[in-house]
Design a protein. Structure first.
Lengths: 787, 176
């Protein structure tokens, strides 16, 4: 029996996932139809802040086809409060967050009442007949006013401040004090991280089948395992009576990393009516109710010596939590706290963050979660420092970044960066970009007073990925760990089933995991099946977010494979009548050293185990293994992105002329997938720079409540990017991988805005607030007014 | 609004004729998904922006063009012929050139926009068999994707265009 010997890791294998997705044979949650299934519609608050004086559901209940109608008051004793798993400080203010509003609504779109009906139309129609009497209250919307406690979101708490979280390198013993930093040059800037909406393409959907007290729940979620735990904790239904399935899930980007009101409401409805129920939101519901991202006010101060050596970074943040705390919402800015120093050697650092409530939809993880915000501020401020010093922005960075020979390097935050080569990535990017030629063109356009100015923007980023070492999460007061699990079982005919605790929703884990197993066990790529996203088959996992799946889950898979291989080695040795030590695993088989024709494969061992006629003493009749991997540290992918923009100073229109991304994500399992992740991440990063912003009006109504107003870019809005890689393997895990899911979204935003500002320097412009719409760019030119 | 009034609709979908009584307000996409079980076609928004629900529609014997099936009432499809992503592959399951190219060039990640994106691309290439990249980007601007940044979608559409042009140049008897 021969096995494939072509290495699979590193090959651009086409995805196994595609066959279903390109032919429409998909398994979205909204496709599910169960016998007797009823449908939900949710009435949402039109007010940002109001007291609910009364709710009358009687007319709605009388409509044909309506089975049940209920509001928060009807489930007061059982609905509980939605969880926050990351209370970042001991004294965090953590208001109750009922799935259905009870007494008060605190943001536009908050769920108020629910109709359960025979079909979706009947449920939606009945919403019209629910009578709610609101007493509107003055909403707290402006983040700075909220910070000043001008009006209160939760009057019983007496403050809008949820928490204050501080890191100081002097206190931590990881550096000196910013107040002692040499400050020959000081740059102080304020940046606004506008509120974004993750806008995954598949609206969220949940089906709850209450069975006979054994609940099966399908949800369009990134976190089936975490969701199951919280269902058990919140409902009192024992965990082993709850099965959560994340079937095909249409994107997430952090936006489906949540335990949602709708998931709990569907559970309550199924319990009440004793039948399966489905809730599928409209896009308008998504925009109002699914959590938003970013929304921070940043104040960053850099100090440096005249020669351009950084001496200190001081960051003050106000982070908008929205009306309540989301699942990991308070922790999002804290993930950023460790990234403001980025790739730079800086002796002193202080970070202060205040989490603040407003009468808006909650904020929580969105692609990058804290790290894009941090990277934006430091990379924008580095450009300002370069201008102040009269240095090239890349040379300023080069002067301050960690050199390849200095790894492992302990940063001013106390993190140990294991590996990287910032010179290599940057040099490659500069070459692909044609930096010198573009600078020359920029000079020509400036000299000729061309109304279309050219700007060059750079962003050299790193991020902490592979969330995460459990003991560090514990120290940061996160409620759960950061390990991941994998199971590998070799079937009698040599095919392999893998169970992973990761929960992909577009990332291609089935393909990448198959490649890893093929190499580890010497089986064919096609002979590996990857099972995920169902707590019955995959009982143990911590799901997919934070660029963790490969760097943690992939490593767990390698460890499980190696346990299987160790078992197979013993069996192969027995079959070959030699010592296991005489065998080497090469070319997909165990071979006797010096006699390579004497060989047995893992498949041979699997059949021997199945027959069990002649197993060595003490060897059990199975070829399975489980592994759980808990990383000792984070992984630190990095890269250099360069953007050239043509900015029309007369219309404010920005055209991205060229974009180069050179990323170092460590060892690459599948270059096709990695490139796709970079493309998509860069697109979302560009979207923050140029296109997207969630906007509330003065009364707290979300104005960007659909894709008409919330303008995610189309194909016509985006450039073709040039992407390439350097490869510095991580030393912190046996795969050498670092993670790629968030990189593009982190790097692109500052690269684009730096390019726009660079184009407009001759006009006296040193910032354009995001998104840099034509109007804002035009206003910046007019206000700058040097020309 | 009464839900009792119903209108008879006869529509050919992916080669099968369906006759149903529907509420006049029923959107074609809901008719496809909820009555006909054509759940390969999906709903991504409620404002006709995302294009996830795109199908091909034409008169029973005429040419089909892409429509957003959320913007067509089921009653408007009476007598029409509709092709969804489920009916695009050949009778033996051989993939359409656009489907094949999406797979080859990694033009999908989560895959939710993919049915609509593929159907729009099929229509685009029928209208313009040799588009520029800019024409592809413009032609697909009614279909939103959040995962790919569109780069591989554009590559896939160009690859499919080349394959379809090569196919069209073959002699008649060779094309089946």
């Amino acid at each position: 029996m021969t096995s494939t010997i072509e290495p699979q890791v590193g090959a651009a294998r086409k995805r196994k996932e595609d066959a279903r997705l390109i032919t429409g044979r998909t398994r979205w949650t909204d496709n599910i139809a169960l016998p007797g299934m009823l449908h939900l519609a949710i009435l949402r608050s039109p007010h940002a802040s109001a007291r609910i004086a009364s709710i009358d559901v009687s007319a709605a209940k009388r409509r044909p086809g309506v089975v049940d109608v209920f509001s928060g008051a009807d489930v007061r004793d059982i609905q509980g409060s939605l969880p926050c798993a990351w209370p970042v400080t001991e004294d965090i203010v953590h208001p109750v967050r009922p799935p259905l509003a009870d007494g008060y609504v605190r943001h536009h779109g908050e769920a108020v009442a629910v109709v359960v009906a025979r079909d979706r139309s009947a449920a939606i129609d009945a919403l019209e007949d629910i009578e709610v009497e609101y007493e509107p209250l003055a909403p707290v919307l402006d983040l700075r006013a909220a910070y000043e406690d001008t009006g209160l979101v939760h009057p019983d708490k007496g403050t809008n401040k949820s928490y204050t979280w501080v890191f100081d390198s002097a206190d931590a013993g990881t550096g000196s004090s910013v107040s002692d930093a040499a400050a020959e040059v000081t740059i102080n800037r304020q940046y606004v991280q506008q509120r974004l909406i993750p806008a995954f393409m598949e609206p969220r959907s949940v089906v709850v089948d209450p069975g006979m007290g054994e609940y099966t729940i399908w949800s369009a979620t990134q976190i089936p395992h975490i969701l199951r735990v919280f269902y058990a904790l919140l409902t009192g239904v024992p965990e082993h009576k709850i099965r959560v399935i994340a079937p095909d899930v249409g994107g997430g980007f952090g936006g489906k990393l949540q335990v949602t009101p709708e998931e709990m409401i569907a559970f309550l409805a199924a319990q009440r009516v004793g039948k399966p129920v489905k809730y599928t939101e409209t896009r308008s519901d998504t925009m109002l109710s699914a959590h938003h991202g970013r929304d921070q006010l940043q104040d960053i101060t850099l100090t440096a010596t005249r020669d351009g050596t950084l001496t200190g970074i001081h960051v003050k943040l106000i982070a908008n939590m929205g009306a309540y705390l989301g699942l990991v919402g308070p922790g999002v800015p804290i993930l950023g706290a460790f990234m403001y120093n980025a790739i730079y050697k800086v002796p002193a650092y202080r970070f202060e963050c205040v989490g603040v409530f407003t009468n808006t939809t909650i904020t929580d993880a969105y692609r990058g979660a804290g790290r894009p915000e941090a990277t934006y501020a430091i990379e924008r401020a580095m450009d300002e420092l370069a201008v102040e010093l009269g240095m090239d922005p890349i040379e300023l960075r080069r002067k301050n970044w960690i050199k390849a020979e200095e790894f492992p390097y302990t940063t001013v935050c106390g993190l140990v960066y294991d590996s990287g080569d910032y010179d290599a990535a940057t040099d490659k990017a500069l070459e692909l970009f044609g930096y010198a030629e573009l600078r020359a063109e920029q000079e020509r356009r400036r000299a000729s007073g061309d109304p279309v100015q050219l700007g060059l923007g750079v962003s050299t980023y790193t991020e902490m990925c592979g969330l995460a070492p459990s003991r560090i999460l514990g120290a940061l007061r996160y409620a759960a760990g950061g390990w991941e699990s994998a199971s590998v079982r070799v079937l009698p005919t040599g095919k392999v089933e893998v169970v992973t605790g990761t929960s992909p929703h577009g990332q291609g884990h089935v393909t990448a995991w198959s490649q890893i197993v093929a190499d580890e066990l010497g089986v064919a790529f096609e002979d590996v099946e990857v099972l995920h996203g169902d707590t019955r088959t995959s009982h143990k996992g911590l799901d997919t977010y934070g660029s963790r799946s490969l760097a943690v889950g992939g490593v767990a898979l390698v460890e499980a494979c190696r346990k299987v291989r160790d078992k197979a080695r013993v069996i192969a040795a027995h079959m070959l009548e030699c010592s296991p030590d005489d065998l080497e695993f090469t070319g997909g088989a165990f071979r006797v050293r010096g006699t390579p024709d004497a060989a047995r494969t893992v498949a041979d061992a699997a059949f021997a185990v199945f027959a069990a006629h002649d197993l060595p003493d003490g060897v059990e009749a199975s070829l399975d293994a489980d592994a759980t991997f808990d990383p000792q540290t984070f992984s630190f992918p990095h890269g250099t992105h360069l953007c050239a923009t043509e900015v029309d100073t007369e219309t404010g229109h920005v055209r991205i002329r060229s974009y180069v991304a050179v990323d170092d994500v460590g060892r690459v399992v599948n270059p096709l997938i990695v490139e796709g992740q970079v493309h998509g991440g860069v697109a979302q990063g560009i979207a923050q720079a140029l296109h997207e912003e969630a906007v509330y009006d003065a009364g707290g109504t979300l104005l960007t409540g659909s894709f008409v107003e919330y303008t995610i870019p189309s194909a016509a809005d985006l450039p073709t990017i040039v992407s390439d890689r350097t490869e510095t393997p991580a030393t912190s895990n046996p795969l050498g991988v670092k993670g790629v899911g968030e990189a593009g979204a982190i790097a692109a935003t500052p690269a684009v805005v730096n390019a726009i500002v660079d184009a407009l320097r001759p006009y006296g412009v040193n910032d354009v607030p995001m998104p840099c719409t034509p109007e804002r760019v035009w206003r910046a030119v007019k206000r700058g007014g040097v020309a | 609004m009464s839900s009792s009034h119903r209108v008879r609709v006869s529509v050919d979908v992916d080669g099968t004729r369906y006759v149903d009584d529907v509420e006049p307000r029923t959107l074609l996409v809901h008719h496809l998904r909820e009555q006909l079980g054509k759940v390969g076609t999906v709903v991504g928004c409620d404002t006709s922006n995302c294009g996830s629900c795109t199908v091909l529609m034409g008169s029973a014997d005429g040419a089909q063009h892409s429509v957003k099936s959320c913007s067509v009432l089921a009653v408007q499809a009476d007598g029409a012929s509709v092709t969804t992503v489920e009916g695009l592959a050949g009778p033996g399951g051989e993939l359409h050139a656009v489907q094949q190219a999406f797979h080859e060039l990694h033009a999908l990640q989560c895959g939710f926009c993919t049915p609509g994106m593929i159907m729009s691309a099929v229509d685009l290439l029928r209208d313009n068999p040799d588009p520029s990249d800019a024409e592809v980007r413009e032609g697909l601007s009614g279909n939103l994707c959040r995962c790919t940044g569109y780069q591989n979608i554009v590559r896939a559409v160009q690859s499919a265009a080349a394959a379809l042009r090569a196919q069209a140049e073959l002699p008649e008897e060779a094309t089946v």
